[in-house]
Design a protein. Structure first.
Lengths: 67, 174
């Protein structure tokens, strides 16, 4: 899929673990893992909003279009 | 609650149909073998008064072909009932769309189509022996019913296939 999820990069930049992000965003670890590994088929705006709020970034920092 | 009860009742009904069809297949097969090798009079009562003696009198080859069609079709119907029982065993109302259920429904569709085609061939053959004077009033192959049934089940299988895709997509929406 040409959409790449850069969640791991953002987490590394913010020095935040998956457990910590999971607690702050309110998503299960398995769902976050699905998102991080790029297996997710869709992302809800509410999820994106929560992640951006916690990581203090823009949606474009998490999602990237690669040809 | 009501749906669960209906499902349980239908499961029991399909078990009864399966056992009944297995008994019918076995009984016709046994009577057929008796009528061929022991006593031709057995052709007068193949199964619950099913009389094909007039076809036997017409010629052994015609009799063998008609009863073979009958045995094969009854056996196939028994297998169809087995698939229906299997479907009930795999069906889960909480997660109705899963690959196992879709596979069984597709199999039922293809099998019903096969029964319809075999019944059509049998129908065509018996029409031929009617012209030679056979009485087939007791024979009803039900070819068109099975072809119609196969069409409906095929559409249902497509719906379930799409349902599985949608459920998967829903599960992978974060």
């Amino acid at each position: 899929m040409p959409i790449v999820v850069n969640l791991d990069v953002m987490m590394a930049t913010r020095k935040m673990s998956l457990n910590e992000l999971s607690e702050k965003v309110g998503l299960t670890l398995s769902n976050l893992s699905i998102l991080k590994t790029g297996k997710a088929k869709a992302v809800r705006f509410s999820t994106l909003e929560a992640i951006c709020q916690v990581l203090e970034c823009q949606p474009g920092d998490i999602l990237e279009y690669v040809e | 609650m009501k749906t669960n009860l209906i499902m349980k009742v239908m499961n029991v009904i399909f078990w009864i149909i399966l056992v009944g069809l297995c008994i019918k297949t076995g009984a016709i097969l046994t009577s057929f073998l008796v009528s061929i090798f022991v006593n031709p009079e057995a052709a007068k009562d193949l199964y619950l008064g099913f009389d094909l003696f007039n076809i036997y009198e017409l010629g052994l080859s015609s009799y063998v072909k008609v009863v073979s069609f009958l045995i094969v079709l009854t056996g196939m119907k028994a297998y169809l009932a087995f698939l229906a029982v299997k479907l009930f065993m795999k069906f889960d109302l909480d997660h109705p769309f899963n690959k196992n259920v879709t596979d069984v429904i597709s199999k039922i569709g293809y099998f019903a189509l096969s029964i319809g085609i075999v019944a059509l061939v049998a129908d065509d053959y018996t029409e031929g022996i009617v012209k030679r004077g056979a009485d087939i009033s007791q024979l009803d192959w039900g070819a068109h019913e099975f072809l119609f049934f196969a069409g409906i089940i095929y559409i249902l299988a497509l719906v379930f296939k799409r349902g599985v895709e949608m459920q998967e997509e829903n599960q992978l929406t974060i």
